[in-house]
Design a protein around this ligand. Structure first.
Ligand code: SF4
Ligand code: SF4
Length: 324
């Protein structure tokens, strides 16, 4: 999805260089387009960061020009926020600098026709669950669905798994697999330091959800967007070793709405890395270890070929975390 967009700026030489040398520093990251958002989600880390200002578009362009002179690689950029489509003009200009762009939106605003961009639309459950988490009403949920259901654009759904919504994963797959979206990215909630487990699933529970997602792949194939290889890294026996020395800062960049670097990642210094459920540490692990990266690409190609054969196979039972 990231590297095969129409009109993309990747060359064979880029792939050869990455194959030999690995991903360079600051090759993958995020920019907070705006501090503003039209929703107030219960699990939002961004609003806790309390930003009230943002660089102007001219100031961002001047910053990109300076970065270009300093040799910044301009590879993969996630346009985040806040709600980034409240400020489309910055992405219009800024995306020209990067080889690949992903816009992370809450889907309440119509997606612009940007066929060179990938969209990640946040939908954290079927209508009832998404409403409990984000506060949107039934009509807005349907509007988000219409906005995301675009066969002329590259759209995936981002589902942040929490204690409030894990139980609707099966229904979510059933409902959204009938739309034009390419898949659902199931990640897990990352709490802030000192936060209780009201939203966070403990390790045992998370392992069960991951096992369930991997079993659902028999029916849904790559519509479950994250590979099993990454899900296995996210399980309790491996995850903590990885997040203790999170590889993302080695290859990542993160800028807040004022263009200041954020550490250690887009989630900011309050994030509790020991309970991180974001895909980034595990994806970065693959990108920084060629031994893992090469099989990931090979498996991905093979799985796409097998998808049509496996999608009609036996369907697992819905998930119940606390059943005997
Ligand atoms: S849409 Fe995103 S930025 Fe806005 S409140 Fe929800 S999680 Fe936060
Ligand atoms: S483990 Fe990595 S991605 Fe997760 S919160 Fe920490 S620095 Fe960010």
């Amino acid at each position: 999805m990231i590297m095969d967009k129409p009109g993309n700026k990747w060359s064979v030489l880029d792939f050869i260089r990455i194959g030999y040398e690995g991903m360079p520093a600051a090759s993958l990251g995020g920019i907070d387009v705006t501090y503003k958002c039209n929703l107030r989600c219960r699990h939002c880390y961004f609003l806790k960061q309390n930003y009230h200002e943002e660089l102007s578009i001219e100031e961002w362009i001047a910053k990109f020009e300076r970065m270009k002179n300093e040799g910044f690689p301009f590879m993969i950029c996630g346009w985040i926020g806040g709600e980034p489509l409240l400020r489309k003009e910055l992405i219009e200009e800024g995306r020209k600098y990067f080889k690949s762009n992903v816009v992370f939106t809450n889907g309440t605003i119509e997606l612009p026709y940007w066929p060179d961009v990938a969209f990640s639309v946040s939908v954290h459950g079927t209508a009832k669950y998404h409403s409990q988490i984000t506060g949107v009403d039934a009509a807005t949920y349907q509007k988000i669905k219409r906005n995301a259901d675009r066969d002329d654009l590259d759209v995936v759904i981002a589902f942040c798994v929490t204690r409030l919504n894990y139980m609707c994963i099966d229904d979510m797959l059933e409902e959204w697999s009938k739309t034009a979206v390419k898949g659902i990215v199931f990640e897990f909630y990352t709490p802030m330091k000192g936060e209780n487990n009201e939203l966070w699933l403990n390790w045992e529970e998370r392992d069960k959800v991951i096992d369930h997602l991997m079993s659902l792949r028999k029916e849904y194939g790559d519509f479950i967007w994250i590979s099993d290889r990454i899900y296995r890294l996210m399980k309790s026996d491996k995850a903590r070793q990885i997040t203790e020395n999170c590889p993302f800062p080695q290859i990542g960049f993160s800028f807040d709405p004022m263009g200041n670097p954020k550490t250690p990642c887009q989630l900011g210094p309050l994030a509790d890395c020991s309970r991180c459920g974001c895909i980034l540490p595990y994806f970065s692990m693959l990108l920084t270890h060629r031994r893992l990266l090469i099989p990931e690409f090979a498996v991905s190609v093979t799985k796409r070929a097998l998808h049509t054969v496996t999608q009609h196979m036996h369907r697992p039972r819905p998930l119940h975390l606390h059943e005997a």
